[in-house]
Design a protein around this ligand. Structure first.
Ligand code: GLU
Length: 655
């Protein structure tokens, strides 16, 4: 499967595994090495795998001039055109984002936020641009407890009212990225998207399905209905969608710059639009954003979190996302299991592998609920959560012969030197867990110089709030619904819950744009939408690449498994023909016999739910060849570029 990785590297991996075992398994950037108290009495480590991971298979069409992997072909083309004209990965990422706003308006755009992970090849430097939406200055912890709304309706009402609109970050992030690390102007990145918005494009079956099955979100507000349900009829596959208001807005930004959004006429229109409320007490559901909130919005450059998994440095999003920490905890727990070793009963899709994955997910999600949030507001014990001794105490709870009882969160504070408070108590009681699948998009770009962008971008739910800014043609996010609806202040410590609403705070995310390194070289990059299932999609793909030796396309095609809370049951895939190899009925029965829930009746296929949409790239360590993989769960598209002679690379052996 992997003809390219030389024996030398395999020996190197064995050596590095030993070194890792001796030196500790993980690091969190921006934290010094933390002295730890060691394992508590009675805790034993899970067996250490001696199997050498095969690493990804460098299969498929190879390129050298750059690769884009995007969930829509027109947005992929916009990015590839930029690369073909000599732009870098940041330039391409900017053009893709604006085009996605036009062709996938239900998933991302200037009314939303996200996390852009960047690796700069020349500087060997990686960082994340945090464009997460912020709560306005007038936000309060109990703002979502709307009077007169039944608990079962609360989420639906709040998430389609202005109250859930966070101050958007996407435009600020793309603008900053271009100014600091791009080579093209904002107006250049916008122009192709504005043209498609004006001239129209034929909508694909995914957008048509999202209009048809929208839970009312394209009907609640007249401006949204006018675009997507003209004359009351939902647009069908192949219908040409023109968005003249959006075209005008994009051109306004191109000519006047982002100030017209963050404080100018577009900003004023946003503030007015988010006054919309679907609450019986209208004032309670109205948004609290002011023009000053827009003027005050700033993106933040964050250090990603990083764990060493079997010699590969998995680098992913730090708080305010829970994505990187939760993926990292799971990987460190699973490192003790021979996940790739079929001879020992593991291997892809075996009951032993799926059981270990499920239990690691449940343990990590228990910690996520208590410890993770916006670290500008609460202490997030990153070093403790990724400390190998702490993670070993969690992994030791995994019983290979039965599903564990619902695990509580652990206490990483004794392993976290950066916390100076009372380490015996938790910061907060357990918090409400996530609710629903929601949607977003992820794309990945590598250019001919080896710069990488791995970008997850969103307006939260599909269609966001469903509120289109009148006259401006873009949707507003409902990102603030990622906060706890019920405040979880802890009487013992006096601390608010890690993810309670507060003015200026960013809601906890699950987004996990990821880049994996070997030494200082980027080798794989990917991410996914899917609310809390994002974390598990990224875990599945990571194991597929590193432990199961799949190519990037095989790793994306393979069916995924997900659990998103400590008490939760298994959700898994297997409906579409391309999702191979299947989780067999016998495997599912074995999981049922271990006590797992969520799979339905014995003997039946319970793997029926699509999970995520992964777009990724891998780069051959030896040859530098670039490969893309995109997800058939949407209209995932890979476009690669060959080198031109003038670029000084070798000829066409990549075919
Ligand atoms: N609000 C979600 C999050 O940040 C967006 C991602 C998604 O729902 O797919 O986790």
């Amino acid at each position: 499967m992997n003809p390219v990785i030389p024996a030398l590297m395999r020996r190197g991996l064995r050596g590095s595994l030993a070194a890792l075992a001796a030196a500790g398994l993980c690091t969190a950037f921006a934290h010094e090495t933390v002295p730890t108290p060691g394992l508590p009495p009675g805790i034993t480590l899970p067996p250490t795998s001696e199997a050498v991971p095969p690493a990804p298979a460098w299969d498929g069409q190879a390129y050298r001039g750059g690769v884009v992997s995007v969930s829509h072909p027109l947005a992929a083309k916009a990015g590839a055109d930029v690369l073909a004209r000599g732009g870098n990965a940041i330039d391409a990422a900017a053009a893709i984002q604006f085009m996605l706003n036009v062709v996938e308006p239900q998933f991302s755009g200037i009314g939303g936020g996200g996390f852009m992970m960047v690796h700069l090849a020349r500087h060997k430097r990686s960082f994340a641009i945090d464009a997460r939406e912020k709560a306005p200055a007038a936000a309060t912890p109990a703002q979502f407890l709307l009077s007169g709304v039944a608990p079962a309706q609360l989420f639906g009402v709040a998430s389609t009212s202005g109250l859930s609109v966070g101050v958007p970050g996407t435009l600020a992030a793309v603008d900053l990225a271009l100014r600091r690390w791009g080579t093209t102007r904002l107006a250049d990145a916008i122009a192709p998207a504005a043209a498609v918005a004006e001239n129209g494009f034929a909508i694909n079956r995914f957008l048509a399905a999202n209009i048809a099955n929208d839970g009312g979100r394209t009907s609640f507000q007249p401006e949204t209905a006018a675009v997507f349900r003209p004359g009351g009829v939902p647009l069908a596959t192949g219908a040409v969608l023109k968005q003249p208001d959006l075209a005008r807005t994009l051109r306004l930004i191109a000519s006047q710059g982002p100030g017209v959004f963050y404080g100018g006429e577009i900003g004023q229109a946003i503030v007015a639009a988010q006054q919309r409320s679907r609450s019986p007490v209208a004032a309670e559901g109205a948004g609290r954003m002011t023009l000053q909130d827009l003027k005050d919005y700033r993106v933040v450059i964050r250090e990603p979190v990083q764990v060493d998994y079997r010699g590969w440095k998995v680098t992913s999003m730090s708080p305010p996302s829970s994505g990187g920490l939760t993926v990292g905890q799971m990987l460190l727990m699973l490192q003790g299991f021979p996940i790739g070793d079929a001879a020992r009963g593991y291997g892809f899709g075996s009951p032993a592998t799926l059981h270990a994955m499920t239990e690691a997910m449940r343990l990590a999600f228990a910690d996520r609920a208590v410890w993770m949030g916006d670290e500008d507001f609460v202490h997030v014990p990153k070093a403790g959560l990724l400390n190998p001794d702490y993670v070993a105490t969690r992994a030791a709870l995994i019983n290979t012969s039965a599903r564990m009882a619902t695990p509580a969160a652990g206490n990483p504070l004794p392993y976290d030197a950066s916390f100076s408070g009372n380490k015996a108590t938790r910061l907060a009681a357990d918090e409400t867990d996530e609710h629903r699948p929601s949607h977003t998009t992820h794309y990945t770009v590598v250019d001919k110089w080896g710069n990488v962008v791995s970008y997850t971008t969103t307006i939260e739910a599909t269609w966001g709030t469903g509120i289109t800014v009148p006259g401006y043609g873009f949707l507003l996010n409902n990102e603030l619904t990622d906060f706890n609806f019920t405040p979880t202040a802890n009487a013992a410590t006096g601390n608010p819950g890690a993810n309670d609403v507060a003015p200026g705070k960013r809601p906890r995310s699950s987004m996990a744009p990821t880049i994996v390194f070997r030494g200082d070289k980027p080798v794989m990059a990917y991410g996914s939408p899917g609310g809390a299932t994002i974390i598990n999609s990224v875990l599945n793909v990571t194991l597929n690449l590193i432990d199961h030796g799949m190519s990037i396309q095989q790793a994306i095609n393979a069916p995924r498994l997900s659990v998103t809370s400590a008490a939760g049951g298994i959700s898994c895939e297997g409906v579409e023909a391309f999702m191979q190899p299947r989780f067999s009925i016998a495997t599912q029965d074995a999981l049922r016999a271990l006590g797992h829930t969520g799979l339905g009746a014995p003997g039946s296929n319970g793997c029926l739910n699509p999970i995520g949409s992964v777009q990724g790239i891998v780069i051959d360590l030896e040859s530098g060849r670039q490969y893309g993989g995109a997800d058939l769960r949407r209209e995932g598209t890979v476009i690669g570029l060959k080198p031109r002679k003038a670029d000084g690379a070798k000829g066409s052996e990549d075919d």
